[in-house]
Design a protein around this ligand. Sequence first.
Ligand SMILES: C[S@@+](CC[C@H](N)C(=O)[O-])C[C@H]1O[C@@H](n2cnc3c(N)ncnc32)[C@H](O)[C@@H]1O
Length: 282
Amino acid sequence: MGSIRTKAAIATSTLIKGTDDSRSKARVANMGPKQEWEQFFDGHAPIYMKNVWTKNTVKEIDFILKEFKLEPGSSILDIGCGTGRHSIELAKRGYKVTGVDISSGMLTEAERTAEEAKVRVEWIHANATQFKSKAKFDGAICLCEGAFSLLSSSDQPIKFELAILRNIYAALKPHGKLILNAINGYAKVRKVTQKDVEEGKFDPASNTEVITMDFDTPEGKRSVQVRERGYVPTELIMLFEKAGFRVNHVWGGTAGKWGHRTIDLDEIELMVIAERPERLLQ
Ligand SMILES: C[S@@+](CC[C@H](N)C(=O)[O-])C[C@H]1O[C@@H](n2cnc3c(N)ncnc32)[C@H](O)[C@@H]1O
């Protein structure tokens, strides 16, 4: 995902229809009251695909499939699937895909696009911290901060990430790989100031920023305060290992710049490539 501030600016500059009343055909699992990111993405959904970071989908799927080495027909779980751009591209290439997202607005867009593309994807409306899958998948993706890095006011850092990772781990078959993007903690720290700390806009203890997101709804302008957390690679490795994964790589992962390369300090995102081992690591 690009800078949140850019996204908020896009959201406010265009008239957005709210999607609260839309009837998503997605399966619903364990949804409580709407959390802040859910409110934002419900409002932002109709214009999400105008964001610049959504323009690399085909190349991103080429990259993912090279890493996964999975035959068509294999099953892939897309956590925080959004408008389904990766899920749908994978389905077009013959993979069985399940997309999970907290926003019914984003899932409504995903369903419409999949219908237009004449592909079948299973959509599930769920919070990734609570999502439990009965099915076991050959691979999983969590891209462009599909849940990971996006905390609600009630989420506790570390517990939040471990809940998501444990749910993905439990949904994977042994040797199943996970490709995940997370916000680059170095870049976040280099951007904020001591004044931000004093004003409560940045928590240095958890590398978490409080951001106000503005968006339009049929009832008028709305704004919601969200939290976005950055990570350093060693911390990600520890979180993944605690959830049971083996981490194969942590690379720079900013949209449009995916590759087998070291991290740029100022880039937006990191990429973790991890695997569910045959047995639990010691
Ligand atoms: C920036 S979008 C990325 C969407 C998609 N992965 C992509 O690459 O375009 C982040 C998505 O994560 C979803 N999301 C945020 N928090 C979530 C959570 N706790 N559980 C499930 N989905 C979540 C949002 O609704 C949104 O669709």
